[in-house]
Write a protein that binds this ligand. Structure first.
Ligand code: GAP
Length: 428
């Protein structure tokens, strides 16, 4: 973990939030490479669940929602952890993490009895801070899709089974955030709410587990580091009939990446009751009216980014040196190509290299770098997972060819400049 955290900072993937002020604990800012990786991951998800299927529609709901949403959803009543406070050092602990429920694990002081602590962040809408204006930052994106079920039926008339997909920020006042970006109070989710006939829910649930598991594998996740873990009955969320987690073997142990739950008709029934709107579905063919069940694959963007970073981190001996390389899948790699001049004190070489980089930028995320000697430039690009390095040398001025180096094999090809795009297009 230390190596990953250090690489993330050193190379501009992820920084401590508000760092110049000493940092705000457990907040993280994505730098230039981090944001590219994160966007690529979200794009890969959207492509797989929206564009490559014909039963899912995308949407993007507001973070701030009517407070009644969270009463109907059960979050006001049920979305809490039990916490204990230390009477001496005032630190707060999640009761489930304590070995001795009476003794502070930090200072040995006496702990209070455990009390429920609601994980939703509260704020006020408008300029007056009073109870009537209380609203919550959403703790999951899911509810934005449930409350739009009727809008989607009325505007797009989809037939069951169909789903909604959304990516967005969620907020939870976690008692024990930690492990870098694994558990934070502000994070991003990628969620699907898939509406099915109750009789088809069990099969749809299993199909989604398989589909989502395969997505991680297709993007290069090592099979031995990925597993499915069905929830025990006593760990199910208040709305779920069944849930299976996809877990990744992080450097700190097996932990959840994504949960795929069968939420039954709980949400639509609750919102129908609380809003007074009819949220049933009418099946024309069967002449049947019913509440669909909901299958929910719910993943974390930040957790996935962390898992893909850990999965791709690779060290190898090259002569006397250690080469660190991020072997990210080509869809995820933040930069696809880097153009490097072999001699940075030769203006003709620099000029040609810049011209090539400028041209490649029109097709891919490409960078130009001349701030170090070539060996160092290669290492730098390896560390951020750049797929190909194009080197311009003295010879290039004469034969109009460049050297293209593959990140993983380090094999080099000599390619004519006017065929370079074609060459890369075949690989990328
Ligand atoms: N709508 C269902 C739901 O929110 P969840 O298991 O509580 O289910 C889904 O969250 C996913 O969101 C998790 O699998 C995880 O990837 C991500 N997630 C949840 N809490 C998080 C946190 N505090 N920090 C980072 N990611 C989190």
């Amino acid at each position: 973990m230390e190596k990953i955290v250090s690489l993330c900072k050193r190379r501009g993937f992820i920084f401590q939030g508000s760092e110049i002020y000493g940092g705000l604990a457990n907040t993280w800012d994505y730098g230039p490479f981090g944001v590219e990786l994160k966007n690529n991951l979200k794009r890969a998800w959207w492509k797989s669940v929206v564009y490559e299927r014909n039963d899912i529609l995308g949407m993007d709901a507001a973070i701030l929602m009517h407070p009644k949403v969270w009463e109907a959803s059960g979050h006001v009543e049920n979305f809490y952890d039990l916490k204990s406070d230390c009477k001496s050092c005032k630190k707060r602990f999640k009761a489930a993490d304590l070995k001795d429920p009476k003794k502070c694990p930090e200072c040995g002081g006496e702990l209070t009895d455990s009390r429920p602590f609601n994980l939703m962040f509260k704020t006020h809408q408008g300029p007056i801070e009073e109870a009537a204006n209380l609203i919550y930052l959403r703790p999951e994106t899911a509810q934005g899709m449930f409350v739009n079920f009727l809008n989607i039926l009325d505007s797009r008339h989809p037939k069951l089974p169909f789903g909604l997909a959304q990516i967005g920020k969620a907020f939870r006042n976690e008692i024990t955030p930690g492990n870098f970006t694994f558990r934070t109070r502000e994070f991003e989710q990628m969620e699907i709410e898939y509406f099915v006939h109750p009789d088809q829910a069990d099969k749809a649930w299993q199909d989604w587990i398989d589909y989502r598991f395969q997505w991680y594998l297709d993007l290069g996740m090592k099979k031995e580091n990925l597993r499915q873990r069905p929830h025990e009955k006593d760990e199910l969320a208040h709305y779920a009939k069944a849930c299976t987690d996809i877990e990744y073997n992080f450097p700190f142990g097996w932990s959840e990446l994504e949960g795929i739950a069968n939420r039954t008709d709980f949400d639509l029934k609750q919102h129908a009751k609380a809003s007074g709107k009819d949220l049933t579905y009418f099946d024309d063919a069967a002449k049947q009216r019913f509440y669909p069940y909901i299958i929910e694959p719910s993943g974390g963007v930040d957790r996935s980014v962390l898992a893909f970073l850990a999965n791709s981190y690779h060290e190898e001996k090259v002569k006397e040196d250690t080469r660190v390389v991020l072997k990210l899948h080509k869809q995820l790699a933040p930069t696809k190509v880097a153009v490097l001049p072999l001699l940075r004190n030769r203006p003709e070489i620099v000029e040609l290299a810049k011209k090539i980089a400028f041209d490649l930028k029109k097709s891919w995320v490409a960078v130009y770098d001349d701030t170090a000697a070539i060996g160092k430039l290669y290492r730098r690009q390896d560390e951020v997972g750049t797929l190909y390095c194009v080197t311009v040398d003295v010879q290039s001025l004469e034969d109009k060819q460049v050297t293209v180096r593959d990140r993983d094999s380090m094999l080099q090809d000599r390619v004519s400049i006017d065929k370079l795009k074609e060459y890369l297009r075949e690989k990328l």
